[in-house]
Ligand binder design. Structure first.
Ligand code: HEC
Ligand code: HEC
Ligand code: HEC
Ligand code: HEC
Ligand code: HEC
Length: 287
């Protein structure tokens, strides 16, 4: 009796081991469901979806120094995808221009959001955006900070609830309305531009001249293009505004600036965000 019982137990144990071995063999050496394995080396693209989703490159600090090539190794579709030429209902994309596509600077075919900021004509001429200019994190767990002990902490506002970027610190820089009141303009730019010869430089050749010294903009190209067409300047400073709030631009000192600070500017920074400082610009913020 005793040995028969032992025999059954041994047989069961062998069966469990065999099934377990088969299971582990199918799953690879480690169980697959182990999220947030931050200290693992980055897996090659396409090998394991879960590991790629939780790749440390999506989190700080790795995302801060990631190159576009690293991101594009897995996310090529971001630049490869194109919009349909014709909608399923038969409307041609070329016939349906939106209000923000009416400025004189708008050229080329309809294109995706990512391509319009990274690879199309104007983007390349005036800007130098990278993936991590906008994307400062992506926590796939629930895309909200501070909701679990292992999640991204609440203090990290590089991306905000259910958005993969913080729009107020990125988009708003180039898509806020024009602050006509601060400039002493009698009305919105489209109504008052004739009065100033349709050029921002009528005033800005001498006011706030220390501008665009940041890694993601091509300052010289912007000045050259703005001299030929004020819509270049207006485009980023009101002409394509998605928001009704203004962006609090840093107020860099300029030559001939009055020493007293106007009330509206009392809380303004006097230098660009540190993470965009040019190595040679000499206007890194004092810390
Ligand atoms: C090893 C491959 C890999 C690399 C490298 C990588 N990603 Fe990802 N990423 C993924 C996968 C896989 C997902 C999850 C996709 C899904 O759930 O459909 C993801 C998700 C995302 C998401 C969220 C997408 C959504 O629809 O919610 C963003 C944003 C993102 N990645 C941006 C980046 C950026 C920016 C970089 C570079 C700093 C980067 N990724 C590098 C594989 C990668
Ligand atoms: C101008 C800012 C900006 C830049 C630059 C940018 N992105 Fe995005 N990206 C966004 C926004 C905004 C979304 C949509 C976010 C949302 O829906 O919450 C997005 C969405 C995504 C997604 C989700 C899937 C999709 O296509 O909608 C991925 C993946 C992604 N970006 C990767 C990248 C990579 C890789 C780069 C660099 C080659 C890049 N992004 C550059 C702002 C940017
Ligand atoms: C550094 C300046 C800059 C930043 C930051 C920026 N944009 Fe733009 N955006 C532009 C410029 C310039 C254009 C016009 C491109 C063109 O006409 O070719 C544009 C165009 C657009 C368009 C229209 C694209 C089209 O197909 O016509 C959308 C939508 C848009 N931006 C949304 C956003 C969002 C959302 C963000 C933040 C995630 C953002 N932008 C951040 C400069 C910027
Ligand atoms: C009538 C002269 C005048 C014209 C024309 C003018 N500006 Fe200004 N602008 C000003 C003054 C004055 C200030 C505030 C200077 C200061 O900081 O004390 C200013 C400030 C700005 C700022 C910073 C706003 C802030 O909140 O810090 C931007 C951006 C700007 N102008 C862009 C433009 C653009 C783009 C155009 C053309 C579409 C333009 N301006 C046309 C006079 C002008
Ligand atoms: C591609 C988008 C883009 C274009 C085009 C553009 N700007 Fe700007 N501008 C910005 C951004 C972004 C900032 C804030 C940069 C920073 O944080 O220092 C800025 C800042 C400024 C400021 C504030 C300067 C300060 O004190 O730091 C002024 C004034 C200004 N721009 C005027 C202009 C004028 C005039 C033109 C045309 C010659 C122009 N901009 C074209 C995006 C643009």
């Amino acid at each position: 009796m005793k040995s028969a019982k032992t025999g059954i137990i041994i047989a069961l144990a062998v069966a469990v081991l065999a099934v377990g071995g088969w299971y582990i063999g199918r799953q690879g050496a480690k169980p697959a469901a182990a999220p947030a394995v931050v200290e693992q080396p980055a897996p090659a693209a396409g090998k394991n979806l879960l590991r790629a989703t939780y790749d440390p490159i999506h989190f700080r600090p790795a995302i801060e120094t990631a190159t576009d090539e690293q991101c594009l190794a897995c996310h090529r579709e971001v630049l490869d995808d194109k919009v349909r030429e014709t909608s399923p209902a038969g409307v041609k994309a070329s016939n349906s221009k939106a209000w923000y596509q009416q400025l004189s600077t708008y050229t080329g075919e309809q294109d995706t959001f990512h391509r319009r900021h990274l690879v199309t004509g104007m983007a390349k001429e005036l800007m130098n955006l990278s993936c991590n200019t906008c994307h400062q994190g992506s926590d796939p767990r629930d895309e909200a900070q501070g909701t679990s002990a292992t999640g991204t902490p609440q203090t990290d506002n590089g991306f905000t609830l259910r958005k993969t970027v913080n729009t107020e610190t990125t988009c708003l820089k180039c898509h806020a309305p024009m602050n006509a009141a601060v400039m002493g303009l009698p009305g919105p730019w489209p109504e008052s531009k004739e009065m100033f010869g349709d050029s921002c430089l009528t005033c800005h050749a001498a006011i706030r001249t220390n501008r665009h010294q940041v890694t993601y903009l091509k300052a010289e190209a912007i000045e050259a293009a703005g001299q030929k067409n004020a819509d270049v300047c207006y485009g980023c400073h009101g002409g394509r505004s998605w928001y009704r709030i203004e962006y609090p631009y840093p107020r860099h000192p300029w030559e001939g600036m009055a020493p007293e600070v106007p009330d509206w500017a009392k809380n303004r920074p006097v230098a660009s965000e540190a993470r965009f400082a040019l190595p040679t610009s000499g206007n890194q913020p004092k810390q």
